[in-house]
Design a protein around this ligand. Structure first.
Ligand code: UD1
Ligand code: CA
Length: 461
């Protein structure tokens, strides 16, 4: 078998999406389209892999550094045929077969690509087209076959007459080519069509004119080869991609109570016996351990969550780490590089920002901890807050192991509360508290005996 290289067409702007973001970088289940394609290509043996880029050049170049690929530039977007021509230099003296695919076909399975390559090599065709039959072929190039069923041409929707538009076998825009005939045929194509572009599809009649065999492989599942050109197609692909994520996670042992109302990004991993309630959003680079419960309408993004963690209804946890056995929420907000170590408890209406809370520390009712370094087994009372911002700069609060912060205390940073120290309820703390001390900052309580009766007498006299 000859070696197989790969060319990925990813230069397009995606004009039909009407977006500032170039198409290859559009997200699907939280991951840019081009990453979906590259991750799938990574599952089959292809080398070299050339990605043709144009729109969003800087961002694309940065992203592609994560992959073992060659980058080819398409200086002007003159069509898919022109894009492949731009890959020629990067392919160097490679002379095997070339798999051509596009950044806007993110759902194709590795097995489907491998089947196309295998069929192409078995039949020794100069070109093998991956086609599919779909209910609504609008917008796609149509596969025109002769009476013997052999492919004659691919006609773009915009160039097709009514009769050709009736054909519902379409070009997926995934192909296998023999290198030499491909580039020879590309030299002969012209932009003589409605879109004034150099179509890759026009190499097919060129090859046939040279008596070179052209084959087609029909993909059975039209959904996996759908192209993303419009926001509606993007939404449809998102649903399919999300279903695949659900299936993967359930196969790995997670319980999703209501998959259709659960939104989980592509890179997320979830351990066994973890239960996800309806309406949860689990996004970005998030890992969740075993035996956790993620409540309804919880949002978790870019977090590492340990085992046996409970994140209760309507909590938001972003860019943070949560240790084993922690309980968070309901209605808690943890964000910006916060760490809640094992067995911690964060209750309702508590916000924790850029802070590290030690093991067993509890902060259970409507409080705010910002820029705080909190030790182990600390109790933060209801309504206590760190005043970490002086209007210009943020300051650090240190609360050492075993300290007790009374309800409604305001801790004005920078300040240190020593080990096992106590802060009386309602205190405004502006100075360090030594270990083991009680800090109490309040007006003395005065009780005036009989005041209420005196008041009543005065009012009635
Ligand atoms: C293309 C095919 C069509 C097929 C459909 C399947 C052509 C002429 N048409 O149409 O037959 O049914 O895909 O989805 O090939 N690109 C570049 N440089 C360019 C133009 C495009 O890199 O100058 C890239 C795009 O980024 C995209 C891919 O090529 O990833 C396909 O281009 P697109 O404009 O989406 O082609 P379609 O109209 O979908
Ligand atoms: Ca397309």
């Amino acid at each position: 078998m000859s070696p197989t290289g790969c060319v990925i067409l990813a230069a397009g702007e995606g004009i039909r999406l009407k977006s500032k973001t170039p198409k290859a970088l559009q997200p699907l289940c939280g991951k840019p389209l081009i990453r979906h394609v590259l991750d799938t290509i990574g599952q089959i043996e292809t080398a070299p892999v050339v990605v043709v880029i144009g729109a969003g050049r800087q961002q694309m170049t940065a992203l592609l550094q994560d992959y073992e690929v060659q980058v080819a530039h398409q200086p002007e977007l003159l069509g898919t045929g022109h894009a492949v021509m731009c890959a020629q230099q990067a392919l160097g003296d490679f002379s095997g077969d070339i798999l051509v695919t596009c950044a806007d076909i993110p759902l194709v399975r590795a097995a489907t690509l491998q089947h196309l390559i295998d069929e192409h090599q078995r039949s020794e065709a100069a070109a093998t087209i991956l086609t599919t039959v779909c209910d609504d072929p609008t917008g796609y190039g149509r596969i025109v076959r002769n009476q013997q069923g052999l492919v004659q041409a691919i006609v773009e929707h915009k160039d097709a007459d009514e009769q050709i538009r009736q054909i519902n076998e379409i070009n997926t825009s995934i192909y296998c080519f023999q290198t030499q005939p491909l580039f020879a045929a590309l030299r002969s194509i012209t932009p003589d069509n409605v879109q004034k572009e150099y179509y890759l599809t026009d190499v097919i009649p060129q090859l046939l004119a040279q008596q070179l065999p052209v084959a087609a492989v029909v993909a059975e599942d039209p959904e996996e080869v759908m192209g993303i050109n419009t926001r509606a197609q993007q939404a449809a692909a998102e649903q399919l991609a999300r279903q695949r994520v659900h299936q993967r996670l359930m196969a790995e042992g997670a319980t999703l109570i209501d998959p259709p109302s659960t939104f989980i990004d592509d890179q997320v991993t979830i351990g066994r016996d973890t239960v996800i309630w309806p309406g949860a959003f689990i996004l970005g680079n998030t890992q969740i351990g075993d035996d956790c419960t993620i409540g309804g309408h919880v949002l978790i993004s870019n977090c590492q969550i340990g085992n046996g963690v409970q994140i209760k209804h309507c909590s938001v946890v972003t860019d943070s780490r949560v240790g084993d056995g922690v309980q968070i929420g309901p209605f808690a907000h943890i964000r910006d590089e916060t760490t809640i170590q094992q067995q911690g408890r964060i209750g309702s209406f508590a916000e924790v920002v850029r802070s590290n809370l030690g093991p067993g520390t509890t902060d259970k009712h409507f409080s705010y901890l910002g820029d705080a370094e909190v030790g182990a087994n600390v109790t933060v009372g209801a309504g206590a807050i760190t005043c970490n911002y002086d209007g210009q700069t943020k300051h650090k609060t240190i609360i050492e192991d075993g300290a007790f912060v009374g309800s409604d205390a305001a801790i004005v940073a920078p300040v240190t509360i020593g080990k096992s120290a106590y802060i009386g309820a309602g205190s405004v703390i502006t100075k360090d508290v030594p270990p083991g001390a009680l800090a109490l900052v309040r007006g003395q309580q005065e009780n005036i005996e009989g005041w209420a009766d005196q008041q009543k007498r005065r009012d009635t006299s």
